[in-house]
Ligand binder design. Structure first.
Ligand SMILES: C[S@@+](CC[C@H](N)C(=O)[O-])C[C@H]1O[C@@H](n2cnc3c(N)ncnc32)[C@H](O)[C@@H]1O
Length: 585
């Protein structure tokens, strides 16, 4: 890789600090590969008077994002002749037209995917068509030459045991798209390599827009040479930025990192993610950073089958259906933290989402006599009733309307999506009215239920968490029995397996020994937030089996004789609340 460094150094388009070099990384992880280094003796006193020193200045036209690629491809001067320019442009346009016709292509349209798409096209045609020199060099000597391993390599085997993790599921889907599009032209291993190389090197680079003084847009960008910077949040001594006057990308070294240092070269470290969320890091970059004092995060995604088969709660339907109807993300944030000289995993109960996850665990009312949540197995009739009241002209076809709602609900409940995408009229909650103290019940969405339950007594919270811990302990046991070895020989599978075992063992031990499980019980502030939770999984074409099928009441029960009173005291309010759905639906 030193040749690549020297190539760009001699090209003189990128400005290098004279103290910068490229060598094997000092990180004791075989994945770390090459890294950038600076020699502290090569900095002048004048430079040290500033907070930062510029290590690299990369002009925008030397970087690769969707805009710069299009600009190069549209520039005749980037080709040896007009004929070559037209030949390549024509070929790329033809391939793009075919790709756009791929069913469902639009759902994959992200900037990073477009970048990958273009580089796959270049890799497909570069033997027979002229490609602008800057692209060809970067493709051959960086992207296709570096050693890289990401979760893409073992994705098929990972998806078997971790397919309920939306990130793994999403990666499998996206890779499937690229395989479908390019398998005729490229080896499967080249497709995976190029994909991994790009996702592990892409940076979110800001760019000043032409419109406003301080307006910036951010683009997924490959930045030659800067992309050799490795990650370390504790030894982080540099960062990238943009010069707003030119949109040049800069690598800036904090001068604190140089002062008082010997002349031995020091590795440049940037931060890929200020908060170390281990699964996304493993998936994208192929490594898990060592724990070094600052909290690390892991977001568990519950196996959907486990939720579906869990029957220990006093719900009259399964947990999977509960979370789907209330659109609750079935994930939980964990945090690895050093406490009393011990480093271990805790449940991160400081997130807002954790409150939603707890909703089905709220204990029954009045000494366990009254269940909180009730699932209405005939909820298609509530839909029918509301539909006919909002659209009186459909009354005479009520049986047909009921049949339609029955099929719609059955399909939505059994498909692989994490949400039903209908008004939440299947589950009703019993609660004590804050003003009258009377017992009431009604259908409600996640936010309504959370706010009503917040007003109830503090002691319920302890019981709720206790019930949740019992469920979580069962889940840990289920995973321990289900995942007994890495899913493949790849190092990613091994790291994922080891990481999950560590989480399972830490939390199982803590639960069984009555040690602290919830982070909030440490009475200490968590000064970093986990990254945003992964999105709800969209897996529409997958069908889940329904163990409760026999409990479903058939749609032809007479809608006219159906009364929703056993599920809600607020039927009229609910009609008003959801009238728009029924009018439009
Ligand atoms: C943007 S590239 C950095 C340059 C890379 N080291 C190379 O040789 O091409 C990102 C990759 O560097 C490696 N890497 C970066 N920081 C690392 C770290 N702290 N530990 C292990 N590997 C690291 C991972 O393989 C990651 O996918």
């Amino acid at each position: 890789m030193e040749e690549v460094f020297n190539f760009y150094l001699h090209c003189k388009t990128i400005l290098f600090h004279k103290g910068l070099s490229l060598k094997q990384s000092t990180v004791g992880d075989p994945k770390s590969g090459y890294g950038l280094f600076f020699d502290p003796s090569k900095f002048s006193n004048e430079e040290l008077n500033n907070e930062t020193v510029q290590l690299l200045r990369i002009p925008k036209h030397c970087t690769f994002n969707i805009n710069t690629l299009l600009a190069v491809l549209e520039d005749e001067d980037e080709f040896s002749s007009l004929e070559q320019f037209q030949r390549t442009s024509g070929k790329i346009k033809t391939i793009l037209r075919e790709i756009m016709a791929y069913p469902g292509f639009s759902k994959f349209l992200t900037e990073t995917n477009l970048l990958i798409l273009y580089f796959m096209i270049f890799q497909t045609i570069h033997d027979n068509y002229e490609i602008p020199g800057s692209i060809e060099y970067y493709l051959n000597n960086v992207l296709m030459s570096i050693e890289v391993e990401s979760a893409v390599d073992p994705i098929e085997s990972l998806a078997k045991d971790y397919g309920h993790y939306p990130q793994i599921f999403g990666l499998q889907e996206t890779l499937g798209l690229f395989k479908d599009l390019f398998q005729e032209y490229l080896d499967a291993s080249d497709i995976k390599h190029l994909y991994s190389a790009i996702i592990s090197r892409c940076l979110e680079i800001p760019e000043k827009t032409d419109t406003g003084d301080y307006e910036f847009s951010v683009h997924s960008t490959l930045v030659p040479i800067l992309d050799f910077s490795n990650h370390d949040n504790t030894q982080n001594n540099a960062y990238f930025d943009v010069d707003p006057s030119s949109n040049d990308v800069l690598l800036l070294l904090n001068t604190d990192a140089i002062r008082g240092k010997s002349s031995k070269p020091i590795e440049v470290f940037i931060s890929y993610m200020p908060t170390e969320d281990l699964l996304p890091m493993l998936i994208t970059y192929g490594f898990i950073p060592d724990f070094k004092e600052t909290p690390q995060f892991w977001t568990i995604s519950f196996d959907r089958e486990f939720l579906r088969d869990y029957t220990e709660l006093d719900l009259n339907a399964n947990l999977r259906l509960f979370y789907k109807w209330l659109r609750i993300n079935p994930v939980i944030s964990l945090v690895k933290y050093k406490h009393n000289d011990q480093i271990r995993w805790f449940i991160n109960d400081t997130t807002q989402e954790f409150g939603s996850l707890l909703l089905p665990f709220i204990p029954p009312l009045d000494n366990a006599k009254i269940a909180r949540w009730t699932y209405d197995h005939t909820c298609h009739l509530t839909f029918t009733k509301m539909h006919c009241l909002v659209n009186p002209e459909t009354n005479e076809h009520a049986a047909l309307v009921a049949e339609n709602y029955h099929s719609l609900i059955e399909e939505r409940e059994l498909n692989g999506d994490d949400f039903i995408h209908l008004p939440p009229l299947a589950w009703s909650l019993r609660y004590k009215d804050a003003e009258s103290g009377c017992l009431r019940q009604r259908h409600m969405n996640c936010d309504e239920a959370t706010s009503i339950l917040q007003q109830e007594q503090e002691q319920d919270k302890t019981k709720t968490k206790f019930r949740f811990v019992s469920f979580f302990r069962d889940f840990l046991k289920y995973r321990k029995a289900r995942i007994t070895k890495p899913t493949s020989n790849s190092s990613i599978s091994r790291l994922l397996f080891e990481q999950e075992q560590e989480v399972i063992n830490d939390l199982t031990t803590a639960i069984d020994s009555n040690s602290t499980i919830f982070f909030s019980d440490l009475n200490t502030a968590l000064n970093t937030e986990p990254n945003k939770f992964p999105p709800l999984r969209f897996h529409n074409d997958h069908t889940e089996t329904n163990k409760n099928k026999d409990k479903l009441v058939s749609y032809f029960e007479n809608p006219a004789s159906y009364s929703p009173d056993s599920f809600t005291d607020s039927f009229q309010d609910e009609i008003n609340q959801y009238a728009v759905f029924f009018r439009d639906g």
